[in-house]
Design a protein around this ligand. Structure first.
Ligand code: FZ8
Length: 325
């Protein structure tokens, strides 16, 4: 794979493998693998900090088609280069593991900001929503449906702008319990047609954007319930309630997307970007990061992991940072 290479000084390419990285700490852990903070030991980018997602093949890819699917999805990521979508810097594999090396995003999850703020004002929220609109527009223009847009997949860079991460390869596999084949991930932002597996297209991502916008403004998703069955029923059948703090333009914006019939959902990005919710916001300024984000992480250095859960970074037992062999 072309991503298995690292141009050296004379332009020749050297293969990259796990030994080219010092594994510093765990920053994410799921049923099918872990994500480590790593430092490159070699090449022109020696010293650079990356996030290394390490996927255990045996536990996730029991069929050749799963491996083919993961590699195909990986090759899409290698070709996508967009300000609000995390890139794939290197990708390589051993017999046991798949390695995806991505730029390290020190700001942690967007919703870490919201956890500390509770909810955002419309003026603040719409900067993030505008960046997400551009990210979805770009993905869809490349024929990629994100399908799993949710808070934990939206990270912040050190300058406070957003990056979409993961693209569902691991999360999709991680979320699907291979034994029962039932989806066990986050349902709150998932479109009805994805939940009922009726097949979906890019409209599913716009539903999720509506649910995310509601959450950022209200401090909770539009559909919640402690019981998963009742949560699904709410998503499929219950009318959305808007607190009186929602402005009419915010309700109008969200209502474009929270329509249960995907054919009635607004998916035209000119109409979306032209909505009064974004009035006064220049999307060319958004694209070129000329619009300041509402929050800029305060990071001491390029390895600062203060916005990552100590459950991972400090756990000495189950998450040893020793390089996976
Ligand atoms: C399987 C198992 C555990 C996982 N943890 C993740 C998260 C971990 C945090 N992420 C990132 N953090 C920092 N820089 C990052 N750059 N790119 C991503 C990233 C996002 C992914 N995905 C997983 C999939």
């Amino acid at each position: 794979l072309e991503a298995d290479a690292d141009a050296n000084n004379d332009g020749a390419v050297d293969p990259v493998d796990a030994s080219d990285f010092k594994f510093l700490r765990v920053i994410g852990c799921g049923g099918y693998g872990k994500v480590f903070q790593v430092r490159k030991r070699t090449g022109r980018d020696e010293g650079t900090i990356y996030a290394a997602k390490v996927l255990k093949k045996a536990s996730v890819m029991t069929k050749k088609k799963d491996i083919a699917h993961a590699l195909a999805e990986r090759s899409i990521l290698e070709k996508i280069d967009f300000p609000f979508i995390v890139g794939l810097k290197y990708a390589f594999q051993t017999d046991e593991r798949l390695y995806l090396i991505m730029p390290y995003l020190g700001g942690g999850e967007l919703f870490g900001v919201l956890d500390s703020e509770g909810f955002l004002l419309e003026e603040e929220a719409r900067v993030y929503i505008a960046e997400l609109v551009l990210a979805l527009e770009h993905l869809h223009s490349h024929g990629v449906i994100y399908r799993d847009l949710k808070p934990e997949n939206i990270m912040l860079t050190s300058d406070g702008h957003i990056k979409l991460t993961d693209f569902g390869m691991c999360k999709q596999l991680e979320a699907k319990n291979v034994k029962t084949n039932t989806f066990c991930g986050t349902l709150e932002y998932m479109a009805p047609e994805v939940i009922t597996a009726e097949g979906h297209n890019c409209a599913a991502d716009w539903w999720s954007l509506g649910a995310l916008t509601y959450d950022i403004l209200a401090g909770r998703p539009p559909f919640t319930h402690p019981n998963r069955k009742k949560l699904v029923d709410n998503i499929l059948y219950v009318r959305v309630q808007y607190h009186k703090t929602f402005t009419s333009r915010a309700k109008s914006f969200i209502r474009m997307f929270l329509r249960r019939n995907p054919d009635q959902r607004v998916i035209n990005t000119d109409r979306i970007k032209g909505h009064v919710f974004f009035s006064g916001l220049d999307f060319d300024d958004v694209l070129h990061k000329r619009v300041s984000p509402p929050f800029v992480p305060t990071l001491a250095d390029d390895t600062d992991h203060k916005y990552f859960s100590k459950e991972f970074t400090d756990c000495p037992v189950c998450h040893s940072p020793a390089p996976p062999v």
